[in-house]
Design a protein around this ligand. Structure first.
Ligand SMILES: *[C@@H]1O[C@H](CO)[C@@H](O)[C@H](O)[C@H]1NC(C)=O
Ligand SMILES: *[C@@H]1O[C@H](CO)[C@@H](O)[C@H](O)[C@H]1NC(C)=O
Length: 347
């Protein structure tokens, strides 16, 4: 299992690993209509999210040191009280009803329930990266996007269609293999499920912890990509660790074509009413304790263990919980996706 994990990471990062690569699982802490970044204090927020990380998650999270508010996390690194979230994937059956697609652990990881895999990668050229500051938050992607463009030019956001169980076709860095990676939702049934990859901006203006659109205080590289050590723009000169999410959607129980739309089009839809997939997005509220993340990035930690970081077993991580504050079903067969017009007016 360890070899498999190491092989996977080497594959995913495509290089020698003198730089630091944290890759770890985080279980679900909640699935509900809250979005403390884009819609603070709004309950319910416009669409459903799947959330992992610390138990400070709420409709409102103050722009302060989150590691002082939370006291447990669903992530295996126990000093990481951050929150990470994405939209949810739903299956729309031919009869017009919806069911939430479950998430499963990523290759080489076990023990988490639902949730996702989080990566932090330091610079490939071994130049200094500056860890996020308390109160920092940001967004990647655009929930309202429905066509190609935007972040897709940095290979930032994509899907991988697994051809078989156990991550069939998982070769090559994410978003780089055009035979299995797409920026819109795969059009065919994926026998091994669908992986979402979301890479966040890696350059910071050095001043603002947030911005009104939650993206303009950060930037993707001015030229090239983080992976090929592209330079940061002068407006955003501070190089950050690269934050990346992977979500493994277990679509395999929904591959019966007789339940797909009669015209054969793909049946999956994101919780913001997006059946294109171009509106895939991720949200981040930093919450590591002290300088734990900076230390890990300055070393050469690799994978889900790191000698400068404290870890916990998923039997403990999975006990961390928040009380859901939105009173509506998000599971089972639903006549509409929570918060979306029925039957999916925006599709
Ligand atoms: C942890 O946080 C929860 C929720 O904020 C609170 O109810 C609980 O008392 C805290 N536990 C400890 C040990 O501080
Ligand atoms: C709709 O289709 C699903 C999948 O076959 C089925 O489980 C569900 O009971 C159906 N619901 C209705 C209202 O027909």
């Amino acid at each position: 299992m360890l070899l498999n994990t190491v092989a996977t990471i080497a594959l995913l990062t495509q290089g020698t690993h003198a730089n630091a690569v944290l890759r770890f699982g985080c279980s679900q802490i909640t699935v509900e209509r809250l979005d403390p970044l884009v819609n603070p204090s709004v309950n319910p927020s416009p669409h459903v999210h799947q959330v992992v990380g610390g138990n400070a998650f709420n409709a409102f999270i103050p722009e302060t040191d989150v590691s002082q508010i939370a006291n447990c996390t669903t992530c295996s690194f126990s000093e990481d009280l951050s929150n990470y979230w994405t939209a949810n994937m739903y299956f729309k059956a031919r009869n017009g009803t919806f069911k939430r697609v479950p998430q499963i652990p990523n290759r080489g990881l076990t023990g988490e329930t639902g949730g996702m895999t989080v990566y932090y990668t330091s610079a490939y050229d071994n130049s200094k990266v500056t860890a996020f500051k308390p109160g920092f938050r940001m967004l990647a992607g655009d929930a309202s996007q429905r066509a190609n463009g935007g972040v897709t030019k940095w290979n930032a956001i994509c899907f991988r269609c697994y051809s078989a169980k156990n991550f069939g076709g998982d070769n090559g860095a994410p978003c780089s293999d055009k035979t299995v990676d797409t920026v819109d939702l795969p059009k065919k049934a994926c026998a091994g499920g669908i992986r979402t990859t979301i890479r966040f901006p890696t350059c910071w203006d050095g001043k603002n912890l947030d911005s009104p659109d939650h993206t303009s205080h950060v930037s993707y590289p001015a030229t090239g990509t983080f992976e090929n050590s592209g330079a940061c723009p002068t407006t955003h000169p501070v190089k950050l660790p690269q934050l990346m999410f992977e979500v493994i959607w277990d679509t395999t129980t929904f591959n019966d074509k007789s339940l797909w739309p009669a015209d054969g089009s793909q049946p999956f839809v994101f919780s913001q009413g997006d059946n294109t997939g171009y509106g895939q997005h991720g949200d981040y509220v930093f919450g590591w304790k002290g300088d734990a993340l900076q230390k890990a990035m300055d070393g050469s930690c690799f994978g889900a263990t790191c000698k400068t970081l404290k870890s916990q077993a998923f039997t403990d991580a999975n006990k961390c919980a928040v009380t859901s504050s939105v009173n509506e079903p998000v599971d089972g067969w639903l006549t509409s996706i929570p918060g979306q017009m029925s039957p999916l007016g925006r599709m």
